[in-house]
Design a binder for this molecule. Structure first.
Ligand code: SF4
Length: 326
């Protein structure tokens, strides 16, 4: 768990809309607000298309925000500033991708892939220093010095993800957005990559935004978890709080879809089956975005969007079932 509550990032009413045609916009991220504390892992989950990857990229500044703000270590990520200042901010925020193969240039050696950031930011004064740093990074992620002159296709999926992690670490970041970093890996390899990320977090004081499409994946790595639906944040809680007492009907449905190890409990527990498809983010429902699939929907749900409220300490939810005064 994070042992400090110092805010590393403040995400305030962040929006990212994409123009589809002259009249329509796709509201991929539609006003999300939360903090990420220094040294923690914040898990971000939701079905595909809910806006979590777009949120991650907008938080990093890879996408411009359509509205709202991201404050990283006191500085606004999307503010206009000199190229050098922008580079310095970006050095502190790195990304690990879902498909490590697609994100590694197949024509570059592992050494050059890892050293790219070192070169851009001028972090090594000599060739030898650059080489030593690459070797140290390879060893840090469980690979060895001989791997540096090989090409990405010579590695397994798990090894490629380790190369992606080494590349992110090369510039000594504070914050890493890990966008579904284990989804494409064999189950047997997933735990190894998660354990590596946890160890690196401890050793280097890293802060993670860990994006995943299913709650079971983020459970073990996250201190807190945020659940997104149709571009909105619907619930945030500590990992234990969310799994023990999910408040939002959407979170309850996601959790009930996870198989449990106890066969007796598995047979007896109630399942919440979600009906229908996720509505289009171009034309989201009025009121609560989840109302077209919610088994608990009431009249008010089509009329007013529920506020995101702290229903219990450290447990936030956007649902009319929980004391919204609208
Ligand atoms: Fe369901 Fe209404 Fe709560 Fe939305 S606000 S999740 S529709 S009960």
């Amino acid at each position: 768990m994070a042992n400090t509550k110092e805010k590393l990032l403040e995400i305030k009413d962040l929006r990212r809309h994409f123009k589809v045609d002259r009249k329509n916009e796709l509201k991929a991220v539609n006003g999300i607000t939360f903090d990420i504390f220094k040294g923690e892992t914040f898990g971000l989950v939701g079905e595909s298309g809910c806006g979590k990857s777009t949120a991650g990229r907008t938080i990093m500044g890879l996408y411009q925000a359509s509205g709202g703000e991201v404050v990283f270590k006191g500085a606004s990520v999307h503010a206009k500033r000199s190229k050098k200042e922008q580079r310095d901010i970006h050095r502190r925020m790195q990304m690990i991708f879902q498909d490590p193969y697609a994100s590694l240039n197949p024509r570059m050696t592992v050494k050059d892939i890892i050293a790219e950031g070192i070169d851009i930011h001028g972090l090594a004064k000599t060739k030898k220093e650059r080489e030593d740093r690459v070797i140290e990074l390879l060893e840090t992620v469980g690979l060895n010095a001989d791997h540096r002159n090989r090409y990405p296709h010579e590695f397994s999926g798990g090894q490629r993800q380790r190369i992606g992690i080494a590349r992110a670490l090369a510039v000594d970041p504070d914050f890493i957005v890990a966008d579904e970093p284990i989804s494409a890996l064999d189950v047997s390899i997933q735990a190894q990559v998660v354990n590596l990320m946890k160890r690196l977090q401890k050793e280097r004081g890293l802060t993670y935004l860990f994006i995943a499409h299913d709650l079971s994946m983020v459970k073990h790595i996250s201190d807190r978890v945020g659940v997104m639906y149709l571009g909105n944040m619907v619930e945030i809680a500590t990992s234990d709080g969310l799994y023990q007492e999910p408040l939002h009907p959407y979170t309850q449905a996601l959790l009930s879809a996870i198989p449990v190890a106890d066969p007796g409990y598995e047979r007896s527990r109630e399942r919440v089956i979600l009906e229908g498809d996720v509505p289009s983010p171009i034309n989201p429902p009025s009121g609560c975005p989840f109302r077209t699939r919610c088994p608990m929907a009431m009249e008010i749900c089509s009329k007013a969007q529920p506020e995101f409220i702290e229903h219990q300490p450290d447990h936030w939810v956007a649902c009319h079932l929980y004391g919204n005064k609208n």
